[in-house]
Unconditional design. Structure first.
Length: 410
């Protein structure tokens, strides 16, 4: 039985048991839209979802009767950390739930590498920040290989080198930061499984370093990816855990960022009150003065970013009168050298304008977005381009929209 057979068997079993897709998703603590896409053949299921459906429907393994090659892939997928089903949002999640299997950062017993001092740790931190700045202007598809190379080099340095306890902690912090940005780059390139493995490595490094703010940043990034790849319930659990892990003592911009991720995940999970409350708290947090201990990696979190997230939430909720003015205001002052982010923000404005029944202006905005993203090697901009074109297809009788759709098809 292949994956098509799985879908047919699952649909038949759901009907037999009297389950709607929504009821099954709720019972399994999965996002309804994700389960629906899987059963309709629009998205491949994770091994965890296949296993969970088999258990829920009392199929005794019949939903996972795969051929030998598929069974091997399924077994490997189920063992992978990325497919572990997270605890439900009402349960208390622990950071340990998100650590990778084993200890990939364990130093070698017989370390033969060079002695690493403060200067070596500082050099690694500079390389991390350089990669972070590169991500501002270079898309994931072009930056992934050097990012992974840097991460492997840093982990090897930590495992093979010798150093004091203080330097060792500094190395762990740099590895955690490097994993966060490398994971982000991998996610932008569409390599979501690789990104999740990298993020979990970063969580482990930050956890071992005792840096709660960094743990929150890396786990929050993983939460954001989970939310954006159809598993909003897992994303919400992770985002809330990241916020709780960082605690009230976290720097204001860190709390604002983590609250933004909670708001986004809550929106996608249909928990609108939680989303609105998180947005309000994020807005309050971003206005608080930063302390001297604020990490450098938060440099990009500002009022613009918080307002963009507010506008994205309102767009998702089909509230264009709230979303459009905010997006226009932010875009008027946004750095044009950040082509990927500018294209993404334009995509939200285009959708909001379509919701406001302004198809001509939406088409003009979409045209600008498509031109900006044409040479950007980013899975995120590619996904948003499809969303925008799909939304505008409803106005294909409008000349400006028709011309845009024809040009995109060509």
């Amino acid at each position: 039985m292949g994956m098509d057979g799985f879908r047919e068997a699952a649909a038949a079993r759901l009907h037999e048991k009297g389950f709607s897709v929504r009821a099954a998703a709720r019972a399994l603590n999965y996002d309804h839209a994700y389960v629906s896409r899987v059963l309709n053949g629009r998205q491949e299921p994770s091994a965890a979802l296949v296993h969970a459906l088999d258990t829920l429907l009392g199929a005794d393994g019949s939903l996972i009767e795969l051929d030998e090659e598929e069974r091997d892939l399924f077994a490997h997928s189920l063992r992978a950390s990325g497919d572990r089903q997270p605890p439900p949002p009402e349960a208390e999640a622990r950071i340990e739930d998100f650590l990778p299997a084993g200890d990939p950062l364990a130093p070698l017993r017989a370390r033969q590498g060079r002695r690493i001092g403060e200067h070596g740790a500082e050099d690694l931190q500079r390389r991390v920040h350089g990669l972070r700045l590169a991500d501002d202007v270079i898309a994931g598809g072009d930056l992934l290989r050097p990012a992974v190379r840097e991460l492997r080099s840093a982990v090897r340095l930590f495992r093979e080198g010798s150093y004091t306890e203080e330097v060792g902690r500094a190395l762990l912090v740099s590895i955690g930061e490097l994993a966060q940005i490398a994971g982000w780059i991998a996610s932008d390139a569409g390599e979501h499984r690789q990104a999740e493995r990298i993020y979990r490595l970063g969580i482990s490094a930050a956890h071992q370093a005792g840096d709660a703010t960094l743990v929150g940043n890396v786990l929050g990034s993983l939460a954001y990816q989970r939310t954006n790849t159809g598993d909003s319930r897992a994303g919400l659990t992770m985002a809330r855990t990241a916020l709780e892990q960082a605690g009230v003592q976290a720097p204001p911009r860190a709390r604002a960022l983590y609250l933004d991720r909670v708001a986004w995940a809550a929106t996608q999970a249909g928990e609108i009150r939680l989303a609105v409350r998180a947005l309000g708290e994020a807005s309050e947090a971003i206005d608080r003065p930063a302390g001297e201990d604020e990490p450098g990696y938060l440099y990009w979190v500002d009022r613009n970013e918080i307002e963009v997230m507010e506008a994205r939430v309102h767009t998702e909720l089909h509230r264009p009168l709230r979303a459009v003015p905010v997006l226009r205001r932010v875009l008027d002052r946004y750095d044009a050298t950040h082509a990927r982010e500018l294209a993404l923000y334009l995509s939200w404005l285009a959708v909001a304008l379509a919701d406001a029944n302004e198809p001509e202006e939406a088409a003009a905005t979409a045209g600008r977005m498509l031109a900006l993203s044409a040479d950007v090697a980013s899975a995120r901009t590619a996904d948003r381009s499809r969303v925008v074109l799909s939304r505008l297809a409803e106005f294909q009788d409008v000349p400006q929209v028709s011309a845009l759709l024809d040009a995109a098809a060509a």
